[in-house]
Design a protein around this ligand. Structure first.
Ligand code: SIN
Length: 358
């Protein structure tokens, strides 16, 4: 479904893609219990209509519903559909920017996905793609969705202090690179952005902007959006006290193609996992080591803990590393089909080793 909300064909277009989430949620008893609600109830047209009177003049807003789900149920097929819709918008000369309304639970996965498959094109076309969502359902007494959507529309549509094209997220009055999103609180309004390097949307922080530009300067390509049937199966396993070898042996002879291990401390792996891990690596499984602390980079090349051929996740948390590994495995397969002898490690290393934004 696609609809234009006013008639001028000449004004720049902002495309709003709806994925669902709490921003489109409805509580059955909003005054008493606004935290009990169903996500993904209102259409993206309704969300845009709620803020229509405050949309800056001269902007044409179009909307398209890609999905209307609780983002905990996000599937590979949703990401394929979203990635293709964003690519199409980036290639459309009439579209100035894109806003995506999305649930916050897996916003960080979608942020990493879009950076990896569209970050280069967004930067080079000078267009901003802006993810947003809400922590309160749309009929709560003071919902945060409308102000987040308006901030995202402004961020996607205006010249902001030399801020380049790219994949961003806007929540609770702050903006960050979408790949830096991380949901770090179950309820608070800034849950997805509170620990991310970010800037106020009103007054851009110059050192944050310099950091964004330094990441973008190292971003040289977009990886392919996998077809729905092409997504490799990659799982996350968390290491913990009392870890058992059976947890890893379970995956021997399965169809799983990659594992992300969320290790202890700086990404440590329990001694009882090392022997079955060796067997999985012999079987050809792709392995990425990350950490379960919730913050801090997982450093590359730690010979005492890196099993052979394993890569560290760098800045990526386990959920983001999982998406990155899926896309790197798929990119290597596509490259091999085209006769290029590249590995998943070639692609993963390019996207995980990046400067830190402060
Ligand atoms: C969801 O992720 O769809 C539900 C939770 C939220 O949007 O905050």
């Amino acid at each position: 479904m696609s609809s234009n909300l006013s008639q001028s064909a000449k004004a720049p277009h902002i495309l709003v893609l709806g994925m669902g989430g709490t921003i489109a949620g409805l509580a059955s008893n909003p005054l008493d219990k606004p935290t009990r609600y169903q996500a993904g109830q209102l259409g993206v047209n309704d969300l845009v209509s709620q803020v229509q009177s405050a949309i800056p003049e001269g902007i044409e807003v179009f909307s398209k519903q890609i999905a209307n789900i609780n983002s905990r149920d996000l599937r590979d097929a949703h990401l394929t559909a979203l990635g293709l819709a964003v690519q199409e918008a980036l290639n459309d000369a009439q579209v100035r920017g894109v806003v995506i309304t999305h649930g916050t639970d897996t916003l960080e996965e979608t942020g990493a996905f879009l950076q990896i498959v569209c970050g280069y094109e967004a930067h080079h076309s000078g267009k901003r793609v802006v993810l947003t969502g809400a922590m309160l359902p749309s009929n709560a007494p003071q919902p945060d969705g409308p102000s987040n959507l308006l901030d995202a529309l402004r961020w996607a549509s205006t010249e902001i202090d030399n801020c380049p094209g790219g994949i961003y997220a806007v929540m609770d009055g702050r903006a960050c690179m979408a790949m830096d999103l991380a949901k770090r609180h179950a309820h608070c309004l800034n849950a997805t952005i509170k620990d991310s390097p970010s800037s106020s949307v009103g007054l851009i922080n110059p050192s944050w902007l310099a950091g964004v530009k330094s990441v973008q300067a190292l971003w040289h390509e977009d990886l392919p959006v996998p077809d729905v049937s092409e997504w490799p199966w990659v799982e996350i396993l968390t290491c913990h006290a009392g870890a058992r070898p059976e947890t890893l042996r379970h995956w021997l002879d399965s169809k799983v193609e990659g594992l992300v291990i969320a290790g202890t401390g700086n990404g440590g792996i329990h001694a009882d996992w090392l022997a079955p891990l060796k067997d999985l690596l012999t079987q050809g499984i792709a392995l990425v080591r990350t950490n379960r602390t919730g913050a801090g980079e997982t450093l590359q090349d730690m010979p005492d803990i890196d099993p052979p051929s394993c890569l560290a996740s760098g800045k990526f948390s386990a959920p983001k590393a999982r998406i990155a590994l899926q896309l790197a495995i798929n990119a290597a397969k596509q490259a091999n089909l085209a006769g290029k002898p590249l590995t998943w490690q070639d692609f993963f290393a390019r996207i995980a080793v990046l400067p830190e934004i402060r």
